[in-house]
Design a protein around this ligand. Structure first.
Ligand code: ATP
Length: 620
């Protein structure tokens, strides 16, 4: 009842369109299982409290492993706390509506390297603003973001060629398209030099001053960055050691009889001494409850800003053209929408497919190389098994050739995706969490944009080998041959997606073949169906390679193929039917094989989709 009440309160609050959101949290704990067999538990956050105001830049700092990212994940809604409450403007948070009004930029944030800044922002606008905003308004919004973030001179540069600072600004700009009033950023300055870090923190400061609630994590903000930070929230061992402004930190430490040496950065000093003084600091800060050191925060900070903005690195960013959330019509229109995603599944699918095809078009080297490899391999195999297809003497060799073709196409489809798909995960994770699109739209668009290349490669191979190896010149046999090879390569692709969703590139390369090898054993090539022990025979039905091999043999030797030419005195398989009998293929139906391949492909795709969905929900 309590939560229903709070939800209705929250819903009614959003209809009033609050432009600024203050986040407060009470007694947040996060406990994980530690060593499942031992049944142990590890407390990562221990009843922390705090308030992060709108209009302020808050930095969550602390040593590595202190719990900063975990706190951020919980506040952003990425992870669910074990206990405790989060309030938005004093009311219990409704996660669904909060996620529509916040964004989370993760540490290993990546952008689409092959797209220019302008293209990336246009795609983001299509996905995040949909048809609710006119084309003109979208263009204006993109222009505002590009100018405000100092990206005008490089707006036609591909993201892969941008500097670290420009990439980070682009990542921020992509989220600013829908103008969320709350922004979370995990380690936004990691890997950047001090001047670029200053520029990023200055940008975040300006965004906060426009009324947004900006929360970032940093290990240990340098003295140069501190003048732009409004609120420090120091975490030690999952508890709060200090919450307050930067200038108040020194008096706080002195109040605790912890004397910071002269000319020493008090933040560095706090980090150095916080572990051994953890209990006293946590007690003094009330684990985040004590507001004594937070008074007049923003006034203290602004006095330093004139000096900072004169820095050449900071001059690039100025939010003069970007409206503050309370003046921004875009955020008002989006707020009126009730659904989690702004655009329909079809719109998401179409935009994502366009983006993938554009990426492939921009970097054709991979597509050209794969097609080239398929053609080169086809020529090699064609000359190796040259003109054997019509001769009864070579039926066994022809069978080997069919099996090799199957394996080659399956493996190339499988390994290509196993390697390329995991690289996309960080990008999808951010975009999906920030409600650009559903997992289903992304997944189907990935399949749709991969199929054309796979089809071209498979058909190029099939055309070349079919004619070079002298297979029968009948359209129906050729069509059957191509169709089976296409289906097997598509199933290989789906299996690649499954492995790519499950593992990173390294583990995928190592463990991927283990998922394929059992299907090879039960393909009927090494071990025939009736020669296998009865209790493993069902595995033949589950092997897509078995259905593929039988399909290829039926295409070439089935369909009442007449007696073959024999180039020797005696050929055992002059009558193709005898070969079918010897391999237990008589009675197999082509339509059933196609149905089996389709079914296996669909089942594997569903599994891959479920795993991807689970993976995107967690940090794994
Ligand atoms: N699911 C989990 N299971 C076990 N331990 C976890 C889990 N999640 C986090 N931890 C541990 O909790 C501690 C805090 O992790 P967290 O990532 O929040 O730290 P952090 O302060 O952000 O560190 P860093 O700055 O190095 O990223 C770490 O010791 C981490 O190993």
């Amino acid at each position: 009842m309590a939560s229903e009440h709070s939800e209705s309160q929250e819903t009614s609050s959003t209809s009033l369109v609050e432009d600024s959101l203050t986040i407060s949290f009470e007694d947040i704990s996060y406990v994980v299982r530690h060593g499942i067999l031992a049944g142990g538990r590890k407390t990562i956050l221990n009843e922390v409290c705090g308030t992060f105001n709108a209009g302020e830049l808050t930095v969550i700092m602390g040593q590595s492993g202190a719990g900063k990212s975990t706190l951020m994940d919980i506040l952003a809604g990425y992870t669910k706390q074990t206990s405790g409450n989060i309030f938005i403007n004093g009311r219990l948070r409704n996660e669904k509506s909060f996620r529509r009004r916040s964004c989370y930029i993760l540490q290993d944030d990546r952008v689409q390297d092959m797209l220019t800044i302008n293209e990336s922002l246009h795609i983001a606008a299509e996905l995040k603003l949909g048809n609710h905003i006119s084309k003109q308004q979208k263009k204006r919004r993109i222009h505002e973001i590009i100018t405000s973030l100092g990206l005008s001179s490089s707006k036609h540069t591909r993201a892969g060629l941008l500097s670290g600072g420009q990439k980070k600004r682009l990542a921020i700009g992509l989220e600013l398209i829908s103008d969320p009033p709350v922004m979370f950023l995990d380690e936004p300055t990691s890997g950047l030099d001090s001047s670029i870090s200053k520029q990023i923190v200055y940008l975040l400061h300006l965004l906060a001053r426009q009324g947004r609630t900006v929360v970032v994590t940093m290990h240990q903000p340098s003295a140069a960055l501190l003048s732009m930070v409004d609120r420090l929230y120091a975490v030690v061992g999952g508890r709060c050691a200090y919450v307050g402004s930067v200038p108040q930190l020194l008096p706080y430490l002195e109040h605790m009889n912890l004397m910071c040496p002269p000319y020493h950065n008090p933040v560095d000093f706090l980090i150095e001494i916080c572990v051994e003084n953890a209990s006293d600091l946590v007690e003094s800060s009330g684990n985040g409850r004590n507001n004594r050191w937070t008074a007049n925060i923003s006034h203290e900070t602004d006095s330093n800003l004139i000096e900072i903005s004169s820095l050449s690195a900071c001059k690039e960013v100025c939010l003069t053209t970007l409206p503050a959330p309370k003046e921004d019509p875009t955020s008002k229109i989006l707020l009126a929408l009730k659904s989690t995603y702004t655009t329909s599944f079809l719109k998401q699918f179409a935009t994502l497919t366009r983006r993938s095809l554009l990426t492939i078009w921009r970097d054709p080297s991979f597509t050209l190389m794969t097609t080239g490899i398929h053609c080169a391999m086809a020529l090699f195999i064609g000359f190796l098994f040259y003109n054997i297809g019509h001769d009864a003497k070579y039926v066994r060799d022809n069978y080997n050739f069919l099996y090799f073709s199957l394996m080659f196409l399956m493996f190339t489809a499988f390994s290509g995706v196993t390697i390329s798909f995991p690289e996309q995960i960080p990008v999808i994770r951010r975009e999906h969490f920030n409600r650009w699109y559903t997992t289903g739209a992304y997944y189907t668009s990935t399949i749709a944009s991969t199929l054309p290349t796979q089809t071209v490669c498979t058909l190029s191979y099939a055309f070349i080998v079919y004619w070079l190896t002298g297979q029968p010149t009948e359209l129906r046999r050729f069509a059957g041959f191509c169709f089976i090879l296409l289906l097997v390569s598509y199933v290989g692709l789906c299996k690649g997606l499954l492995i790519g969703s499950l593992f990173n590139v390294k583990n995928g390369v190592v463990f991927g073949p283990f998922f394929i090898m059992p299907f090879t054993v039960f393909s009927g090539f090494f071990l025939r169906y009736y020669d296998a022990p009865f209790f493993v025979r069902w595995l033949f039905q589950a092997s897509f390679l078995k259905h593929g091999l039988v399909g290829l043999v039926l295409s070439i030797y089935g369909m009442d193929r007449p007696k073959l030419v024999c180039s020797e005195l005696y050929c055992h398989y002059s009558y193709p039917n005898l070969f079918l009998q010897d391999n237990y293929i008589v009675g197999e139906k082509f339509s059933m094989l196609i149905l089996a391949l389709f079914s296996i492909g669909i089942i594997v795709s569903i599994f891959a989709f479920i795993i991807l969905k689970i993976r995107l929900k967690s940090k794994w």
